[in-house]
Design a protein around this ligand. Structure first.
Ligand SMILES: [Zn+2]
Length: 120
């Protein structure tokens, strides 16, 4: 049985494919679950009003929420419904269509986040 080649990749004759990150068999790997639970933001929650794309529409962007991806998605859904608008969650950032910066800031503060307006 060959355990390690020059490139550092692990092959195992009995375990099949392994995760390149933790070197566990894929069935035992918890990297994806851990990534979903990792806290994305630094807790300094900033709410800003920005233009999406070139000559784009106004969007309200929330950064720094100290939440894991699943919780961020859930919060985003509640926030969109509170504002009656659509939006997305991307790279730990919430984005809502339209200018809802004041409302979003107040809503987040009511939820216990130290949200602040930033930028325009
Ligand atoms: Zn892994």
């Amino acid at each position: 049985m060959r355990s390690r080649d020059a490139g550092g990749l692990v092959y195992s004759t009995e375990a099949g494919r392994t995760c390149p990150n933790c070197r566990q068999a894929l069935a035992a790997c918890r990297c994806a679950a851990a990534a979903r639970q990792a806290i994305l933001g630094d807790g300094r929650v900033r709410v800003s009003r920005e233009k999406a794309g070139r000559g784009g529409k106004t969007v309200t962007v929330v950064r720094g929420l100290p939440l894991a991806a699943d919780d961020l998605a859930t919060l985003g859904k509640r926030l969109r419904s509170a504002c009656g608008t659509g939006g997305t969650v991307r790279d730990g950032t919430l984005e809502l269509q339209g200018d809802h910066a004041e409302r979003v800031t107040a809503w987040l503060q009511a939820e216990g986040f130290e949200a602040k307006r930033s930028g325009g």
